[in-house]
Design a protein around this ligand. Structure first.
Ligand SMILES: [Zn+2]
Length: 261
């Protein structure tokens, strides 16, 4: 048993957004202990087991509140898609709907978004809703804002978007997944045609490049930091667009992003 001040210190660090791993290291306790204190397992000893329906409505599968382990790889991808084309809206009785807007032309991407959502919050059912030219992939939970603390009033590019420490730790480990999610929602891979003068007349050249388009400078910053970590060269094409056009940089993105599907 740990002294109460250790427990309180650990809970305080958790509330400040530190990861369980970091809290455990700082307090000199096990990660399991931190998860237990944070999830309040002690207080709910006679309650249902983790991951089971609580009172028919509240489901205890939030990795932030109940210490269930998070599928970090899927989360990094889902975070990328959320930052691109996702939003969270309050529905009824303290519930929230996470909705990812996917272009109907790319069924593979719709499947990928759906799978990531289900992997991150397994007890919440994932729905598809057709809109004009697009499919919204949706899931309801009281806890989506716990997983996306970037949720807030107004549009994403009109407010500050900053990753919490625990999110930074995940995207540092799963940078490729984050980049895939961002490109799949707000990016494209297209052929660029350029004309070059040559002996005997101009010649046309074609080369592939990636474009990432987002209004938010903060989200652009998250994308650029991720590319830097992967050693992929990028250029700010204009205020809203980032381009990856160097041959070796495109080849590197092709390894794990590729064209939309
Ligand atoms: Zn929660």
């Amino acid at each position: 048993m740990y002294p109460d001040e250790v427990v309180q210190q650990a809970l305080k660090l958790s509330r400040e957004g530190w990861t369980d791993r970091e809290v455990a290291r700082r307090c000199g306790v096990s990660m399991g202990a931190v998860q237990k204190w944070r999830s309040g397992t002690r207080r709910h000893k006679r309650g249902p087991a983790r991951g089971e329906p609580y009172d028919g409505r509240i489901k205890r599968d939030c990795p932030r509140c109940y210490g269930r382990s998070l599928n970090s790889q899927s989360y990094a991808y889902l975070l990328g898609v959320y930052l691109g084309d996702g939003h969270i809206v309050a529905t009824t009785k303290g519930c929230y709907r996470l909705s990812l807007s996917c272009c109907a032309t790319w069924p593979g991407l719709i499947d990928a978004a759906e799978m990531a959502m289900a992997a991150v919050m397994p007890l919440s059912r994932v729905h598809r809703r057709s809109r004009q030219g697009s499919i919204d992939v949706e899931s309801q939970s009281k806890h989506w804002p716990c997983l996306f603390p970037q949720h807030g009033p107004g549009r994403k590019h009109e407010r500050k978007i900053e990753l919490a420490n625990w999110q930074k730790e995940i995207v540092e480990e799963y940078t490729q997944e984050l980049v895939s999610g961002l490109v799949h929602s707000d990016g494209c891979r297209s052929m660029n045609r350029v004309r070059r003068p040559a002996a005997g007349g101009d010649r046309w050249y074609e080369y592939p490049r990636y474009f990432f388009t987002n209004e938010s400078m903060d989200i652009q910053g998250i994308f650029k930091d991720a590319l830097d970590r992967l050693g992929i060269a990028w250029k700010q094409a204009n205020r809203k667009n980032i381009s990856v056009a160097r041959r070796e940089a495109v080849a590197r993105l092709d390894e794990f992003v590729g064209p939309k599907f």
